[in-house]
Design a protein around this ligand. Structure first.
Ligand code: ATP
Length: 239
C-alpha cells in the first residue's frame, strides 16, 4: 500500500571499475521503523547509503522512496524527497561555529525563518549544542560533533534519516547517548536507516536488521531475533 515504505531497495548493483561492491542488495525500511544495516568493513554498507543518496550511481536495481522511484534522481532531489544522509566521519566544518554548521543543514530551504525555527528545535532536543552555539565545530568532543552532524541533518527535516556509523570512535557512554537520540528522533516520526559496525548498540534500538556480506544481504529479521541468532552472535556480537 502507498505510504507503507520509506525506502525500498531492490536488487541493487554497484560497480567501482572492476570491483562489484553491491550484488543485488535488497532491503526495505517501513515508515516509522529503525532499520539496522550491519556488516564488516568493506561489506557494502557505505556504498548502499551513497547510492540511495545519489552520490554513487548504481549499475542495476531500483531504489524507491515513499513510493517514488529515485534510482536516477540527483542528490539534491533526493534530499528534497526527505532522505537525509549523515555521512561516516561526521564531516563537521571545524572552522565554522556550531550555529553555522546547523545553518548549512538548511541550504535547500529558501525561507530562512523556517531554518531558524528548525535550528531552535534542534537546540531544544540537544541543549548541549545550544550551550556551544558559538564554538567552532572543531572544538567539540567526538560525541558532540556526532550530535552536531545529526542536528544538521534534522534542519533538513528528514522523513528518512540515514546514519553511517554514528558510534564510530565514541566511548560506550557516548554511544548510548547517540542511540537514545536516534530513538527519540524516530519516536518523533522519522524513519531511520542505521549503518553500524557496532551491532550490539544498533540491535538494541532497531526494529529490524539486515546483515550485508560481500555486497549482498545474508541475514535479516526482527532485531531481537537477530541478536539471539548464533551466526550473528559469533560474527558480530563477540563471545
Ligand atoms: P566501511 O565500514 O569500511 O565503510 P562498508 O561496508 O561501508 O565498509 P563500502 O565502503 O561500501 O563498505 O565498500 C564496499 C566495497 O567496495 C569494498 O570492497 C570497497 O573496497 C569497495 N569500494 C568502496 N568505494 C570504492 C571506490 N571509490 N573505488 C573502488 N572500490 C571501492
Amino acid at each position: 500500500a502507498a505510504g507503507r515504505w520509506a525506502l525500498e531497495i531492490d536488487g541493487l548493483d554497484v560497480h567501482y571499475g572492476r570491483v562489484h561492491a553491491l550484488r543485488g542488495l535488497t532491503l526495505t525500511v517501513g515508515e516509522g521503523e529503525i532499520i539496522a544495516l550491519l556488516g564488516n568493513n568493506g561489506a557494502g554498507k557505505t556504498s548502499t547509503l551513497a547510492t540511495v543518496s545519489g552520490v554513487v550511481r548504481s549499475t542495476g536495481g531500483t531504489v524507491r522512496a515513499f513510493g517514488r522511484d529515485i534510482t536516477k534522481a540527483k542528490p539534491w532531489e533526493i534530499v528534497g524527497a526527505g532522505l537525509v544522509h549523515v555521512p561516516e566521519g561526521r564531516r563537521i566544518f571545524s572552522r565554522l561555529t556550531v550555529h553555522e554548521n546547523l545553518q548549512l543543514g538548511g541550504y535547500l530551504v529558501s525561507d530562512k525563518t523556517v531554518v531558524s525555527r528548525r535550528i531552535d528545535e534542534v537546540y531544544t532536543l540537544l541543549p548541549r549544542l545550544a550551550e556551544r552555539r558559538n564554538q567552532h565545530g572543531g572544538n567539540l568532543s567526538g560525541g558532540e560533533q556526532q550530535m552536531l552532524a545529526v542536528g544538521r541533518a534534522l534542519v533538513a527535516k528528514p522523513k528518512l534519516l540515514m546514519l553511517d556509523e554514528p558510534s564510530m570512535g565514541l566511548a560506550p557512554l557516548v554511544v548510548a547517548q547517540i542511540m537514545k537520540l536516534i530513538r527519540q528522533i524516530n519516536a518523533d516520526g522519522t524513519s531511520v536507516l542505521l549503518v553500524e559496525q557496532n551491532a550490539r548498540a544498533a540491535l538494541k534500538i532497531a526494529h529490524r536488521a539486515y546483515v550485508v556480506e560481500n555486497g549482498v544481504i545474508t541475514l535479516q529479521g526482527p532485531a531481537r531475533e537477530l541478536a539471539r541468532d548464533s551466526r550473528v552472535v559469533e560474527a558480530y556480537l563477540g563471545a
